[in-house]
Ligand binder design. Structure first.
Ligand code: ZN
Length: 323
């Protein structure tokens, strides 16, 4: 009987999809929210006032991934497509990269570092224009892309371990682990700092993520060999659905072996998000944010509309739950 039960469980395990989306909605929201507290006194009042907006909308870029053409490649870069030393050889600036590889190729394999720089430029412009709607929208969204650039699995073609028999690892690393353990992370990151070279900074995020990639994959594989299949996974009730998840024991063991990696990458994201906001504001001539108006009625309606579109839309996530 026990064996039969085991077999059924195993079958269920194989049939059920693994749940996971992206830095999880959870981590994206947390990163944006905590970035507010790393801002200098001249900025923190305005951002605190809008902290709910900045937190809740942190995941909008993921929500429109399947609806808006050209959105998906903004979240990642498949560096390994460009060869072993891509991290060192890849042109850092958009035009040089286009000249070398063509825009079609870049769009096919992801553009996150260039997109961050573009957002920074637009955010600077929004500060210059004192345009509250744009400042909030762009601040919120650059936060999303910066966080994505800090995730190791956003820098590879093997983004969900699908090429190495580790399907599900994407959501495991960026959703499951932060959800389980981030209450114990130290998120005090100090104050934001001025970014001298926004484009190169975006690349340094990608570099830090990509350098961590080997251990993300290797350690999971190593651990899998030490765990029985039925101990590796478990079931949890989510939104009234029985969902297959990586078990708590497996998650704990993996987290331990990663030795603070998820925490480090989240801290890097928080500090860097605040620093891009700060840099855009400085480059715009440090406008007095206390003088700014509130979000316009039009922007509020627009947000409401986007939310509805998402809720009604047909947005079947790809099975990897990419973010
Ligand atoms: Zn994303």
């Amino acid at each position: 009987m026990a064996n039969k039960y085991k077999a059924i469980l195993l079958l269920l395990t194989l049939l059920l999809p693994l749940n996971g989306y992206t830095w999880g909605f959870f981590a994206h929201q947390r990163i944006n929210r905590l970035a507010v507290f790393a801002l200098p006194p001249e900025m923190i009042g305005f951002y605190k006032k809008h902290i709910r907006y900045i937190t809740e909308n942190a995941v909008n870029p993921d929500k429109r991934r399947y609806a808006v053409e050209g959105e998906a490649p903004r979240h990642y870069i498949d560096l390994d497509v460009y060869g072993d030393s891509a991290l060192y050889n890849m042109p850092r600036f958009w035009q040089e990269a286009v000249d070398k590889y063509t825009e079609d190729t870049l769009m096919a394999y992801g553009i996150v570092p260039w997109h961050i720089n573009r957002m920074k430029y637009q955010l600077t412009q929004a500060f210059k224009d004192r345009n509250v709607d744009r400042i909030l929208r762009l601040s919120t969204e650059i936060g999303h892309y910066v966080a994505d650039a800090c995730v190791p699995l956003h820098t590879t073609q093997n983004y969900n371990g699908q090429l190495t028999g580790q399907r599900g690892i994407h959501g495991f690393w960026e959703s499951r682990l932060p959800e389980l353990f981030s209450d114990n992370y130290d998120f005090f990151v100090g104050q934001s700092s001025y970014i001298e070279q926004p484009q190169l900074k975006a690349w340094s995020l990608v570099a830090s993520a990509h350098t961590a990639l080997d251990s993300v994959l290797y350690l999971e594989r190593e651990l899998t060999q030490e765990f029985d299949e039925e101990k590796k996974y478990g079931f949890e009730l989510r939104n009234n659905l029985t969902t297959r998840v990586y078990s708590r024991a497996f998650s704990e063991a993996y987290s331990k072996r990663l030795n603070g990696q998820v925490e480090r990458q989240m801290r890097l994201a928080i500090q860097t998000v605040a620093s891009y906001w700060y840099t855009a504001w400085v480059d715009a001539g440090q406008p007095d944010l206390r003088q700014l108006a509130d979000l316009s009625e039009a922007e509020l309606q627009q947000l409401e509309m986007e939310k509805k579109e998402y809720e009604q839309g047909n947005h079947i996530p790809r099975e990897e739950g990419d973010g």
